[in-house]
Design a protein around this ligand. Structure first.
Ligand SMILES: *Cc1c(COP(=O)(O)O)cnc(C)c1O
Length: 232
C-alpha cells in the first residue's frame, strides 16, 4: 500500500526534528539541509512534501526521474539533485534537468556536464564523490582521497558548473564511532581543500542509518530516503 500523505509529512517533520536534535547535541553552528531522496517514489509523494516546504529532492536513476521532473516543473524553486552513478551517455539529460550533481568522480564526466549545461540555466552545482572507505560495494565509485585535490582543481576551472563540495557513500558500519571516523575523513579533506583556497560550502553525507554521525562529523546536507518515504 502506498504511504499516506499524512505519514509522509509526519516522517519529514520527524527527520527535521532529528536533525535539529543532533545539531544541538553536537553543538553544530552550521546549517544542515535535508535532501529528500525520492528515487523510485511517485511524483505525487514529491508534490506532497513540496507542499510541506521541502525544496530539495534527490534521484538516482535518470529514467525514473525525468517523468517526475516534467510532471512537477510548475513548482517554483524545486531543486533536483542527481545522486546516482554517472554514465557518459546520460550527462546531457542530467545537465539539462538537474540543479545539482553529487556523484562526479572523474574529469571526463565533469567536462561533459560543463559543455552540455544549457546557457540559459544557472551554473550546475557539483559535488565530487570521494571513496572514503575503499569498498563502496565493490563498485569503486568515487575519487580516491589522494587524487581529490587534483580533480577539484580541474573541475573548478570549467565553465557552466560550480564546484560546491564533497560527497561520500561509505558502506554502512553499525557502530557510531566507526561511522564518525569514516565521515571525518571527508570533513578533513573538505577543510584541507578550503585551506588551499577552494570555497566549498557543501558536505553531502549521511543517510537514514548514519545521519547522526554524519552531522557530528560536519555534514551540511543529509540525503534521506527510507526515513521519509518508507522502505523501497
Ligand atoms: C538511496 C540513497 C540515499 C538514501 O538512502 P536511505 O538509506 O534510504 O536514506 C542517499 N544517498 C544515495 C547516494 C542513495 O543512493
Amino acid at each position: 500500500m502506498p504511504i499516506s500523505e499524512q505519514q509522509l509529512i509526519y516522517n519529514r517533520q520527524s527527520v527535521l526534528g532529528k536533525i535539529a536534535a543532533a545539531r544541538q547535541e553536537f553543538g553544530c553552528d552550521w546549517q544542515v539541509d535535508l535532501l529528500a531522496v525520492s528515487k523510485t517514489k511517485p511524483a505525487s509523494a514529491v508534490a506532497c512534501l513540496y507542499a510541506d516546504g521541502q525544496r530539495h529532492f534527490g534521484e538516482n536513476y535518470l529514467q525514473d526521474a525525468l517523468p517526475k521532473i516534467a510532471a512537477l516543473q510548475h513548482l517554483p524553486n524545486i531543486n533536483w539533485h542527481f545522486i546516482g552513478q554517472l554514465q557518459s551517455n546520460k550527462t546531457a539529460l542530467i545537465a539539462q534537468n538537474f540543479a545539482w550533481v553529487h556523484s562526479v568522480d572523474r574529469l571526463k564526466i565533469a567536462r561533459r556536464l560543463s559543455a552540455q549545461r544549457p546557457d540559459n540555466l544557472a551554473a550546475l552545482n557539483i559535488c565530487l564523490q570521494v571513496d572514503v572507505d575503499h569498498s563502496s560495494m565493490g563498485s569503486k565509485a568515487g575519487v580516491p582521497i589522494s587524487s581529490a585535490c587534483e580533480l577539484a582543481r580541474a573541475v573548478s576551472e570549467l565553465p557552466n558548473i560550480q564546484l560546491r563540495g564533497l560527497m561520500c557513500i561509505p558502506d554502512l558500519s553499525p557502530d557510531f564511532d566507526m561511522q564518525l571516523q569514516i565521515f571525518s575523513r571527508l570533513s578533513k579533506l573538505f577543510v584541507d581543500l578550503n585551506a588551499q583556497g577552494f570555497q566549498l560550502d557543501t558536505l553531502s553525507m549521511g543517510m537514514s542509518a548514519d545521519m547522526r554521525a554524519a552531522i557530528k562529523a560536519g555534514s551540511t546536507m543529509v540525503r534521506i530516503g527510507t526515513d521519509i518515504f518508507g522502505a523501497r
